[in-house]
Design a protein around this ligand. Structure first.
Ligand code: ADP
Length: 204
């Protein structure tokens, strides 16, 4: 085969759902994974916060839910996420951080990616116990300026919402053989190495 033919073979996208409760370290690890694997990072929390800061209609709607630690309704979140993905037609792959947070969102994401000729490669789920999560979030709240990180009752509500509405989304990917559990306590580098190993081994 000639070189020119090789370059025309389309490479499969690497689309990762980085999963885990609030405070599990998804944002921190996303930054590192984006660089290592040349991916686009889409954090629904960051996108909502950007909209709140800029006082958009979406931001105004999302804020009432976020301030209480509840989920923004699926339809709103799904439409927003799809519009974001569409902004990166040349992406080699995506890290979905904070999405999907319900089984509904997971189904919608699958349908959308299928319409684009691609799919989720892996779900990587960071496991961190509840008391450690609360400590991390309270610490983050001291300088992040995030209202939802300063009040322990709101933090506990977010963790409850995760346990009651979000954790089940892992079953959805487990049924597809895409779920991988990652121990989320240790140094940032150690956790990054655990995530990277699974991606290298299973991701392509
Ligand atoms: P964390 O993972 O630390 O809870 P995020 O920044 O991911 O924080 O999300 C903050 C808030 O944004 C959530 O508590 C929720 O209100 C809203 N949000 C983010 N992603 C979603 C989603 N996929 N569906 C519904 N609401 C979401």
């Amino acid at each position: 085969m000639q070189d020119t033919e090789l370059t025309t073979i389309p490479q499969k996208m690497l689309n990762i759902v980085l999963f885990g409760p609030p405070g599990a370290g998804k944002g921190t690890q996303s930054q590192k994974l984006v660089d290592a694997f040349n991916l686009v990072h889409l954090s629904t929390g960051d996108i909502f916060r950007f909209n709140i800061k800029n006082n958009t209609e979406l931001g105004q709607l999302a804020q009432s839910y976020m301030d209480k630690g509840n989920l923004v309704p699926d339809e709103v979140t799904i439409n927003m996420l799809e519009a974001e993905v569409a902004k990166y037609p040349d992406a080699k792959g995506f890290i979905f951080d904070g999405f999907p947070r319900t089984t509904n969102q997971a189904v919608a994401l699958d349908k959308y990616l299928e319409s684009k000729g691609t799919s989720i490669s892996l779900m990587l789920a960071l496991q961190v116990d509840e008391e450690e999560l609360i400590q991390r979030l309270l610490l983050r709240g001291k300088d992040s300026g995030r209202a939802d990180d300063t009040d322990e009752s709101i933090i506990r509500n977010r963790i409850n919402v995760y346990n009651e509405q979000t954790a089940v989304a892992a079953d959805y990917y487990n049924q597809q053989g895409k779920f991988h559990s990652i121990h989320g306590v240790g140094s940032i580098e150690e956790i990054f190495d655990r995530l990277s190993s699974v991606i290298v081994e299973k991701g392509r």
